[in-house]
Each structure stands twice: as C-alpha cells, then as structure tokens.
Design a protein around this ligand. Structure first.
Ligand code: PGA
Length: 248
C-alpha cells in the first residue's frame, strides 16, 4: 500500500525565529518515524534554514511554486534546478491562490509541473472548483479540465505526480468539504488518472481545504484520499502532528 502524504503549506507566513520554534516542535513530535510521508512547503527564503533543520528527519522540503521556465530573464522567479540545490522534493503547482492572484492558466501550471519533473521534483498539482462553479454543477468539469492539462504534458510519466484536490471555497474558510464530497471528487480524479496511466493506483490524491486535527481522520479514511495539504493547521506543531498521526 502506498504511504499517505501529509504536506504543510505555510503560505506567506513565518520568520527565522518562529520557523525555528515550529520546527523544533515538529521534530520533537516526530522522533518515532510516522506512518505517512511528511513535507513542508515553506517560503523560498527559508529553504536553507528549513533544509538544514530537517536533514535526517522524516520531514521533506517542498516549494510553494516553481517557475515554468528553466532559466533566464524571469525576475522574481525560482527555477526547478534552484529548488534541487536545496534538496526540495516536492513543489506545489497551480495552487488556487496562484491561479487566482497571479493569473496562472492550466497551460502555465502544466509547464511548471514539467519543469519540476525534469529536475526530479514531484509536482503537487492542485485542482479545485470555486463556490460559484460548484453551485453551477461544474465541479467535475473544472477539476477534470485542470488535471487534463497536466496529464497531456508529454515526456514524463504521470504516475510521478501528486494531485491535491482543494475546493477553493474550503481553503482558509474553516468550511471543509464533507468526507463524502471530497471522496466523490477524488474518485473522479482517480478514474481520469486510470484512463491515462496503468499506474494510477500509485498516484497519491490528497485533500486540502480547512483540514485540521479534528476532521483529518474522517477525511483520511476515505478510500481515495491519500493524504492532506494543510494550510492554517500546519502552522501549529501540535495540530500538524495530530494530522500526521491520523494518516496511517
Ligand atoms: P487551509 O489551506 O488548510 O488553510 O484551508 C489549504 C491550502 O491552501 O493548501
């Protein structure tokens, strides 16, 4: 059986001192190897701090984004090869905040996934519908369109990605998808992956959107929920550790 993946997404939060305290708390709680894989998507300026701190632990380093380009005149961007220099193992691509505030299209997200794969970094491809899209009955069509863009990028095996289903209306709102709502979409994504790859069962489809210490176990018990992408609750060691403990 594949291990579940619990990834924290710090977003634009943290600082040298608070990162140190949070990581100390996590490392203390993870002295016994967890049953799941664990990753932290931290702001790029803290890669060096976090990678030094988590070396030899169960925590893998993740990036919150990666450039769609290999190198060159792209002010402000970070390439997948730069991520590689810091031992980054996963990179979120197409987070809804990137799609919404930075105008990232499905095509750009697919290029980002391709750049990550080329550097041996696992892209965590985020898909999810807005509340308006859900209410209009478009959930399936939206997530399938977003995932299709990545599936059709050739050159790499689709089984090397992680998919994160993150309904936009559940992110940072305290309003979680019910386990049934989430499972329903995960099953749709699994079927889409199965049609594209003989190894779809190996691909982890994780849920994100107000996952917390209280609701994680129920979400993670669903047959097609293979982990979590955790924003707010990853900023408190105690909460994040509880979510990790629920992932077995
Ligand atoms: P949240 O964020 O857990 O704070 O809702 C999840 C995410 O955006 O990855």
């Amino acid at each position: 059986m594949k291990k579940k993946l619990i990834a924290g997404n710090w977003k634009m939060n943290g600082g040298l001192a608070s990162n140190e305290a949070l990581l100390n708390g996590l490392l203390a709680g993870l002295q016994q190897a967890p049953a799941c894989d664990v990753a932290l998507a931290v702001p790029a300026p803290y890669f060096a701090q976090v990678s030094a701190k988590v070396a030899g632990s169960a925590i893998a380093l993740a990036a919150q984004d990666v450039s769609a380009h290999a190198s060159g005149a792209y002010t402000g961007e970070t390439s997948s090869v730069m991520l590689q220099d810091f031992g980054v193992r996963y990179a979120l691509v197409g987070h809804s905040e990137r799609r919404q505030y930075h105008g990232e299209s499905d095509g750009v997200v697919a290029e980002k996934a391709r750049q990550a794969l080329a550097a041996g970094i696992t892209p965590v491809v985020c898909v999810g519908e807005t509340l308006q899209e859900r209410e209009a009955g478009q959930t399936e069509a939206v997530v399938k369109r977003q995932l299709a863009a990545v599936i059709h990028v050739n050159g790499h095996c689709i089984s090397e990605i992680v998919v994160a289903y993150e309904p936009v209306w559940a992110i940072g709102t305290g309003r979680t998808a019910t386990p049934e709502q989430a499972q329903q979409v995960h099953a749709v994504l699994r079927a889409q992956l199965a049609a594209a790859s003989a190894h779809a069962d190996r691909i982890r489809i994780v849920y994100g959107g107000s996952m917390n210490a209280a609701n994680a176990a129920e979400l993670l018990a669903q047959p097609d929920i293979d982990g979590g992408l955790v924003g707010g609750a990853s900023l408190k060691a105690e909460d994040f550790l509880k979510i990790i403990a629920a992932a077995r």
